[in-house]
Write a protein that binds this ligand. Structure first.
Ligand SMILES: *[C@@H]1O[C@H](CO)[C@@H](O)[C@H](O)[C@H]1NC(C)=O
Length: 192
């Protein structure tokens, strides 16, 4: 059959082949730029002014040792751990940055629709931990930025993703804020 192809056909096929190869190379390039560009996770001993994924993962490891469902001791332990971390930041903060930590215990209830069913939940003696990081000359009326995440975990799960990872990121973010020397122009409120 090959002998039946004219030299024009052959160069035509060569050109088609060339286009196909170029298309493949460009597709790979675009794919790698769009989907494969991950930020390199930083280790536990990364500089203190950088967000370290390893330090965040360490928080997740501590938080997921016990279940943190409402009423279980793990929930209280998590609250103690979060508060300790924030108190540590308070001690390390320079004089131009203010860190305030507060713990509140509340009772309450809420209703929601889940899978078409109406449900009501009630909780008692639930601990919330709040930290405000601001410049030393903050005024009580300054508008703030709220960053929040829940540290209780869903039923039957250690809750690494829901929402240990949020809490861990918040703790690392709070630490970076205090230890980077950056003064937030507006107070940051971390509500756990
Ligand atoms: C929450 O409920 C418990 C038990 O009913 C009660 O002892 C406690 O004082 C309540 N706390 C608040 C903040 O209302």
């Amino acid at each position: 059959m090959a002998s039946m192809l004219s030299s024009r056909d052959v160069s035509g096929f060569k050109f088609l082949f060339f286009i196909a190869i170029m298309y493949a190379i460009i597709s790979l390039l675009v794919h790698s730029v769009l989907h494969m560009k991950f930020i390199k996770p930083l280790s536990i001993d990364a500089p203190l002014d950088r967000f370290s994924e390893a330090r965040a993962i360490h928080h997740v490891a501590v938080l997921t040792k016990d279940g943190r469902q409402e009423g279980r001791p793990g929930l209280r332990k998590a609250a103690v751990y979060i508060k300790e971390q924030l108190e540590m930041l308070k001690e390390r903060a320079e004089s131009n940055i203010r860190v305030e930590v507060e713990e509140t215990t509340i009772n309450g209830s809420f209703s929601m629709i889940f899978l078409g069913h109406s449900m009501s939940f009630a909780y008692r003696d639930h601990i919330n931990i709040v930290a405000r990081i601001s410049s030393a000359d903050v005024k009580e009326t300054d508008p703030s930025v709220l960053i929040n995440g829940h540290f209780d975990s869903p039923l039957g799960s250690p809750g690494a993703g829901d929402c240990g990872s949020c809490v861990a990121s918040m703790l690392e973010l709070a630490r970076v804020t205090v230890e980077s020397g950056w003064i937030p122009p507006r107070p940051l409120i971390f509500a756990f």
